[in-house]
Design a protein around this ligand. Structure first.
Ligand code: NAP
Length: 353
């Protein structure tokens, strides 16, 4: 019989936390134990997430002390942090210290950027503030689950939404020698990618019916993508990344283009991508360019590759909140707890959203 494990979510009122709650509520082996909120302790969860009322009608947000007590009282807990970067490391550190004192063993997937770098200096160079728990960094591995077979640390850092999409498209090209290591990436994200606090650039009247690039060639996720591609493909590649805000609430679409070392056909490229992801249930390689609606609200990634002479292009669509955050985190947690990787994650996209 499969052991059930209590789950804890940090960053309770955020969009990613809401998606985690939706997935955990339907998970066959995870039992939602507590969702911590700094700003809304004791308030009903369904007040914030009305769509979750049918599955979590009575749940209230917990305070952080309550969560610490929970982690100390249970031999194993599945902890998901969906707090912002700069906040998450401190929350996770407190929680792990409480567990160490009590002799319990939580497993953590941090969805923020706090544990994505292998050193505090590398993190601080990009995020411009001191790391919240440098002594914990070595306990985390950051990787797209499809690109790492054996996990050697207790905890995982989720690579994030844009990085997941870019890496799913790029790593096979680099690993298989199908692209020169100079990649040009154009990515479009939906508005939930910016979190629940509206700002001038992310507010609905600004984004609705519009499309615009931001942080072109200087986006802070580029060094994370470069490091993760190096780890997964063993290639030092240059990523020229231009992200865009798109007029959709959920979803990411990226196009990765590069020069191939020698001429290749679309048929050969598609066959190579299919073979590369042969064992990866959540990655599907189609003959047609992917659409965001193929994957929204699911943990699936849809890829397609085209080639013309020595030019290759790979498109990838994922849901930023699911595969790019909460779903990818549950996928990692399934592996960490010895469950089948697909547990609770096999529902396809609704198709019409
Ligand atoms: N949105 C995406 O598509 C996406 C994808 C991949 C990764 N991520 C990462 O996942 C994390 C959550 O993203 P999100 O989009 O859910 O963000 P969000 O909507 O802004 O929510 C973050 C939540 O964290 C909590 N929090 C705790 N301390 C905070 C503080 N000092 N300032 C602001 N919030 C604080 C708040 O909940 P309480 O007040 O209830 O505690 C807040 O609602 C972030 O680290 C983000 O970078 C997001």
């Amino acid at each position: 019989m499969t052991t059930r494990v209590p789950a804890i979510v940090l960053g309770g009122t955020g969009y990613v936390a809401g998606e985690l709650l939706r997935l955990i509520a339907a998970h066959p082996y995870l039992d939602l134990a507590a969702v911590a909120s700094d700003s809304q302790p004791d308030e009903p969860v369904a007040q914030f997430f009305r769509h979750l009322q049918p599955v979590l009608p009575h749940l209230r947000f917990a305070g952080h002390d309550e969560v610490l007590e929970y982690v100390a009282a249970n031999p194993v807990t599945a902890v998901f942090s969906a707090a912002p970067h700069g906040v998450s490391a401190g929350l996770v550190d407190k929680l792990l210290s409480a567990a160490e004192q009590a002799g319990t063993k939580p497993r953590v997937v941090d969805i923020s950027a706090d544990f994505r770098y292998s050193s505090a200096q590398a993190y601080e160079a990009v995020y411009k503030h001191a790391h919240g728990a440098p002594a914990r960094i070595a306990d985390f591995t950051c990787a797209v689950p499809e690109h790492l077979n054996a996990l050697h640390t207790t905890h995982v850092a989720h690579p994030g939404c844009f990085a997941t999409a870019v890496l799913l498209a790029s790593v096979p090209l680099l690993s298989l020698g199908l692209a020169e290591p100079r990649l040009f990436v154009s990515g479009i994200t939906g508005s939930t990618g910016s979190g629940r606090q509206p700002t001038t650039g992310t507010h609905h009247p600004q984004r609705h019916s519009d499309l615009y690039a931001y942080n072109a060639l200087t986006h802070r996720h580029t060094p994370e993508i470069t490091a993760l591609a190096r780890a997964a493909a063993d290639v030092e590649a240059e990523f020229n990344f231009v992200p865009h805000s798109g007029p959709l609430a959920r979803g990411i679409h990226v196009t990765v283009q590069a020069a191939a070392p020698e001429p290749v056909t679309s048929h050969e490229l598609t066959a190579a991508l299919r073979e590369y992801y042969d064992q990866s249930v959540f990655v599907r390689v189609g003959g047609e360019p992917p659409r965001v609606k193929d994957v929204v609200a699911s943990n699936f990634a849809q890829l397609a590759g085209v080639a013309h002479g020595r030019s290759v292009a790979v498109m990838c669509a994922i849901d930023n909140l699911t595969k790019g955050a909460a779903g990818g985190a549950v996928q990692w947690m399934n592996r960490m707890l010895g469950y089948e990787e697909t547990a609770g994650l096999m529902l396809p996209a609704p198709g019409w959203t």
